[in-house]
Design a protein around this ligand. Structure first.
Ligand code: NCD
Ligand code: ZN
Ligand code: ZN
Length: 356
């Protein structure tokens, strides 16, 4: 039996205790940087789905195995954290590789990047019909397809690319593969909420903290703010409201995925800045603030700790984390693996603090 979130009624400095959560969408990168950012995630989350968009991408089980070993080796002593690995789908992915992925026991999903849609997606898929064998193997194994759901056609307005992808690519794909499990990653629109809420149980979605807390005005407030630029890009307020409603509804189809995506400060503060927000540093505090803003703390544990494991067929975590409604501050910058990063909310206050 799963114990329900405990909220101590102490008004301003309430403490929220939830079962230890997981991050179902995370970029750790590699090398020294990976070792640097890993601790930010591992202090809060027991497990994370590790995105495969390295350079070169993680397309083979053998590469995922080696990457997993590097992550485990980089963990600080005594820290209990499990990386849940993924493969990067290409038009050359062999169905046998999907079967091997399933048998590995450490690969939990296969990621679809439409080529050119986002950071390190150039090796991704141009024409999904070329992936028929791999998609059938996913159906056979039950491994989910994790989707960056945006079309890449430059004629489609950047704010419409998610909604167009869902209707033009994902809906026909779900029809063609009637048992394919799909996670629509980092959803940003009310169309995505409708798609997931009205769809079948085999389709779920992750939501980031930044899409729950900010709308597109924030990117331009007082000047251009490159650290709020990510893909899919933040949308207008009506979409943020729809996302918040979905996340806090208690529906098992929605779960936490930070999409924390570290890019060195100078690559974001640049004439052509990279897409991605570094949110791992204070992910739980940011999410709980979003839930608190609509008086939905009672649904936070499901979103953060229960719905993801249920979808992926994994047990829930042992142990708990505690958050307190007392302000804390995010540092103005962070250095990880010798590289400078600007985390989300840098130099500003958080309404909640992570205890323990
Ligand atoms: C991600 C990254 O930097 O790897 N960037 C982003 O803006 N979200 C890629 C992705 O998740 O699309
Ligand atoms: Zn993405
Ligand atoms: Zn991502």
């Amino acid at each position: 039996m799963v114990r329900h979130a405990k909220i101590s009624i102490m008004k301003n400095n309430s403490i929220l205790t939830i079962r230890r959560p997981d991050d179902w969408h995370l970029h750790l990168r590699d090398g020294e940087l990976m070792a640097g950012v890993l601790a930010d995630t591992a202090k809060q989350f027991a497990r994370a789905i590790i995105m495969p968009n390295l350079k070169p991408p993680v397309t083979l089980v053998s590469q995922a195995e080696a990457y997993r070993a590097r992550i485990l080796k980089a963990l600080p002593d005594g820290v209990d954290f499990q990386p849940l690995m993924t493969l990067y789908l290409t038009e050359a992915t062999a169905p046998d590789e999907i079967l091997r992925a399933k048998h590995s026991g450490f690969i939990h999903g296969v990621k679809l990047y439409p080529a050119g849609a986002t950071t390190h997606s150039d090796a991704g898929v141009r024409d999904l019909s070329q992936c028929d064998g791999a998609l059938r193997a996913l159906e056979e194994t039950g491994l989910p397809l994790l989707v960056h759901a945006e079309v890449t056609n430059p004629e489609v307005d950047i704010f419409d690319r998610e909604a167009v992808f869902l209707e033009e690519i994902l809906r026909p794909t779900l029809d063609r593969y009637p048992t394919l499990k799909v996670v629509v990653e980092h959803i940003t629109t009310k169309q995505a909420v409708e798609f997931v809420s009205k769809g079948e149980d085999r389709v779920a979605a992750t939501l980031t903290a930044h899409h729950l807390l900010y709308n597109r005005n924030a990117i331009f407030q007082g000047g251009i703010r490159p650290h709020l630029y990510c893909l899919p890009v933040l949308k207008r307020e009506a979409h943020r409201q729809a996302l918040l409603q979905a996340a806090t509804s208690g529906s098992v189809r929605y779960f936490l995925g930070t999409d924390s995506a570290p890019h060195a400060r100078h690559t974001k503060e640049n004439a052509c800045g990279c897409a991605g927000c570094y949110t791992a540093y204070s992910a739980l505090e940011l999410y709980v603030e979003a839930f608190d803003s609509v008086n939905a703390l009672a649904h936070f544990e499901g979103f953060a700790s229960l719905h993801g494991p249920a979808f992926y067929g994994l047990p829930v975590n042992e142990g708990h984390v505690r958050l307190q409604r007392t302000p804390s501050e995010v540092p103005a910058h962070l250095v990880r693996g010798g590289i400078e990063f600007i985390p989300l909310r840098a130099g500003e206050a958080l309404a909640w603090s992570l205890l323990d």
